[in-house]
Design a protein around this ligand. Structure first.
Ligand code: XBP
Ligand code: MG
Length: 232
């Protein structure tokens, strides 16, 4: 029986990665660094979950051995400041169907949780910028990069969410947008619905219960049916 929905954040609750990409580029400009992440490069870099890990992967490729932890920490701090300022102003709306599904789950007594590799302040800013949607306080568990340092596809953040919920994976359903996220949720034993995002459309989502463009045409009843083994 479906007792909890566990949402990914970036690309799932909202199409945030363009705002992340812009914030990374603003951080590079802050330090007069010549780097600029365009969309094709960022799509490749998104194969690495976690902003700091993504910076490390990029810098190790650019200037092997030259990327200091201090530089990465400074860039990520600046990037997070740019990102939170943008999304807290409402720059990034929730994706179609997300607020409706959250409200349906709350009304039906289905527990809500978040399992993301992004930073907690980014989640708080996203909800602050979407004041017309149910609040972050409606989520029984919010697991972020600070709770789970091992980033997706490592299942750590989903294990932390299951522990916080006190539920077995089979009673939950994860909603993800990326292959890393799908792999993390499946490694934790959680049935997973994928809603493709702008940066993940067309990827190989083998192992997903179902793949949808977004949540606008799949409400809680259809998700319950999917979870129970029926189609939807
Ligand atoms: C997506 C990520 C995050 C963001 C950047 O997280 O991998 O790293 O791209 O945010 P998810 P940070 O899809 O699991 O929500 O810079 O805070 O990591
Ligand atoms: Mg995601």
């Amino acid at each position: 029986m479906l007792r909890a929905l566990i949402f990914d954040v970036d690309g799932t609750l909202a199409e945030t990665e363009e705002a992340h990409r812009a914030a990374f580029n603003q951080a590079f400009a802050d330090l007069d660094l010549h780097w600029r992440w365009d969309r094709p490069l960022y799509r490749d870099l998104l194969g690495v979950a976690g902003g700091k890990e993504r910076l490390r992967a990029f810098l190790d490729h650019q200037d092997p051995g030259d990327a200091s932890d201090a530089l990465i920490a400074d860039l990520h701090r600046r990037k997070t400041a740019h990102y939170t300022a943008a999304v807290a102003r409402g720059a990034v709306p929730f994706r179609p169907g997300v607020a409706t599904l959250i409200a349906q789950a709350l009304a039906a007594g289905v527990t809500l949780a978040i399992a993301t590799t992004t930073s907690r302040v980014n989640v708080e800013a996203l909800f602050a910028g979407n004041g017309d949607a149910p609040p972050l306080a409606a989520f029984a568990a919010v697991m972020t990069a600070e709770d789970a340092p091992a980033k997706k596809p490592d299942p750590q953040v989903y294990h932390r969410a299951l522990l916080a919920l006190g539920l077995p994976p089979a009673d939950c359903l994860a909603i993800e947008d990326s292959v890393n996220g799908l792999r993390a949720a499946r490694a934790a034993g959680i049935p997973t619905l994928v809603t493709e995002s702008v940066y993940t459309a067309g990827d190989n989502f083998t192992g997903a219960l179902a793949v949808r463009t977004d949540l606008s045409r799949i409400g809680l009843d259809a998700i319950r049916c999917l979870h129970a083994g029926g189609g939807a």
